[in-house]
Design a protein around this ligand. Sequence first.
Ligand code: EPU
Length: 426
Amino acid sequence: MDKFIVRGGTRLCGEVRISGAKNAAVAIIPAAILSDGVCRLENIPAISDVTNSLIILKEMGAEVKRIDANTIEIDPRNISSYIVPHEMANRMRASYYLIGALLGKFSKAKVAMPGGCDLGPRPIDQHLKGFEALGANITIDGGMVGVSADRLLGAPVYLDVVSVGATINIMIAAVKARGLTIIENAAKEPHIVDLANFLNSMGADIRGAGTDVIKIRGVDHLDGTTYSIIPDQIEAGTYMAAAAATRGDVTIKNVIPKHLESISAKLIEAGAEVIEYDDAVRVFANGRLNKCVIKTMPHPGFPTDMQPQISTMLATATGTSIISEGIWDNRFRYVEQLVRMGAEITVDGKVAVISGVDELKGAPVKANDLRAGAAMLIAGMMATGVTEITDIHYIERGYEDVVNKFCSLGADIERVTTPSPIAKIG
Ligand code: EPU
């Protein structure tokens, strides 16, 4: 059993470099199968979600070459199967992008229903609605989603909810459809713009990504390309929150400050200082932070993927903070772990009320999911004493080299492997 041992109480100080964006990488890698040439992808984060996407592509017949830790080449020309069985797809939630990608490539796909973090119900009805609008027939049978069309035809698609995944999936499927697809009420997250830029660099014709209307004019052919992925907004936000939470002074490099504005605004409201540079932000805090009221929303609102980290930071702020979760039904499961560390937080449905305490105390806790795990790391660094975090595979899904990065800022975190109790008995 792998765990992190965090000895808390140090202020984080120094510089840290942010990796490529996970949620851009897990969309761009499947989208690369649409190419008629080799795609070289740079600034790819070294995290298990990326490794799993690449394994899936390899199993499908793509040639995948690792050039260095953060550069890969994908040659998808030998992919011949349009079926992705459960064992493969279940490795990660973003495997659902293979539905759009295979539909675009072969006009058909059969992909097992996706896995991923449990944040409450995660329907894909808007993805399917989009594929249907493009002319695909949908079947769901034995846990597999089947989509097929004689020829995909561009069409208008109005999304009933602003969905990152549906926007991406419909965009991927529509790139080679005949005619014009218009996605209305599209999501506007930075990785949607990044995916559009990647597809356009292969010869696609996509306009409006980053606004709520995206227009995709289908093309017959996509070339290979070389493309560098944007920095990870949420990884950057996590280090920003950790810097403020430990009353530290950290310069977070290789970021796009514009993507961080909603996070910077809340840190400033809480009393931290945030200084923006061209491609870096410096966050420092001297005393105790102040309460905040936060509601998570689609971009450019405050990101749900920063909600556990910022709530953890506010656990020791003065006054009462109120956090409303606007995206997921079940994203407060980590609160139980913080309460074990002395936090005073009550949750009613999608709202958490945080009464700031003087300090958190180290305790054994677990990572319920990726961002909850990041929150536990921050809590451990804020706390007095020792915090042991289990289920760290969730954290390693999305944070590159997390122990070394935090330790380079002065944190005391150790990754240990202990035999499971069953192995001990055996
Ligand atoms: N929704 C529907 N129908 C759909 C799709 C979504 O009702 O067909 C609902 C969801 O239930 C949810 C809301 O719409 O209430 C938004 O879901 P969205 O589709 O935007 O989420 P996602 O694409 O499944 C991505 C990120 C998540 C992040 C959300 C919201 C990836 C791989 N995942 O998920 O990231 O929380 O957008 O920003 O891009 C994470 O990185 O830790 C993570 C969970």
